[in-house]
Design a protein around this ligand. Structure first.
Ligand SMILES: [Zn+2]
Length: 262
């Protein structure tokens, strides 16, 4: 999700910018090579399987930030939350004329949703990947437009996150559900936010230059205070241990907040 007035840290001068671009290109090339090698060398045995694209192998590739093994699908780049969503969506009955709204799309959900018979629409503040440009706090759709809304790792960027939660609820048709994920700290009792902090302070306190808060254990109550009818659903209660291992659902994310229409 691209934020308004986002301030990116940058090196000064043309040489710095060139070095930065070159380092980024080398890094991306290295990651592509690593994924390709992983895809070819470890695609035997079928010990893990990606439910998004069907790739199977000995293990998934490692993630880079943070470095964690058996996490990223070497074919489609799904992470644990994409795979958990896939399993959830495939199990869910598709209503006639079903519509899915994806906030801040990353490119994995559209083909699954369409394959199941949903119309898939994506929205973002500024991303070229999105079908529609719009602000999550004032979505450009009529009320009760969607059966499923997917909003992954967006709310921690949004200053008025409870307004956004209200908009997500407004989008849901009767019987509709929103699947939300945010990074949160189980060791932290209360959500900490600072809308005035500059990029360096955000990086230090919230882990990214464009995060405005760290959600704590009060995250579900916080969403409810925004009017959302929401359940916090740990994946361990959704999937058995064999399914967990087979789809490598261990990672930084471990649960969804699933909201229903008011
Ligand atoms: Zn995959």
């Amino acid at each position: 999700m691209t934020m308004p007035h986002e301030v990116r840290p940058r090196r000064s001068g043309a040489l710095g910018a060139t070095m930065h671009r070159t380092a980024g290109a080398v890094d991306r090339r290295f990651r592509r090579l690593e994924r390709t090698a992983h895809r070819r060398l470890l695609a035997v045995g079928g010990r893990v399987e990606c439910p998004v694209c069907g790739w199977s192998g000995v293990s998934f590739a490692a993630s880079h930030k943070p470095r964690r093994s058996n996490r990223i699908c070497p074919r489609c780049s799904s992470s644990e939350r994409d795979r958990a969503l896939e399993l959830w969506l495939v199990d869910r009955p598709v209503p006639p004329g079903g519509r899915v709204l994806e906030v801040a799309p990353l490119g994995l959900l559209a083909s699954t949703a369409r394959g199941l018979g949903y119309e898939h629409v994506s929205v973002d503040l500024s991303s070229a990947r999105a079908d529609v440009l719009g602000d999550l706090c004032r979505l450009p759709f009529p009320a009760e437009s969607f059966d499923v809304v997917v909003c992954f790792h967006v709310l921690e960027h949004v200053p008025a996150d409870l307004e956004a939660v209200g908009e997500i609820a407004r989008m849901l048709r009767p019987g509709g559900q929103a699947v939300i994920s945010v990074p949160w700290g189980p060791a932290q009792a209360v959500t900490e936010e600072d809308l005035e902090a500059g990029p360096e302070e955000r990086q230090r306190r919230f882990g990214q230059t464009d995060h405005v808060r760290n959600y704590g254990r009060d995250v579900t109550d916080r969403f409810r205070s925004g009017g959302l009818l929401v359940d916090e659903v740990p994946w361990r209660t959704m999937y058995g241990s064999e399914e967990f291992r087979h789809h490598a659902l261990d990672g930084d994310d471990d649960r969804f907040w699933i909201a229903t229409a008011r």
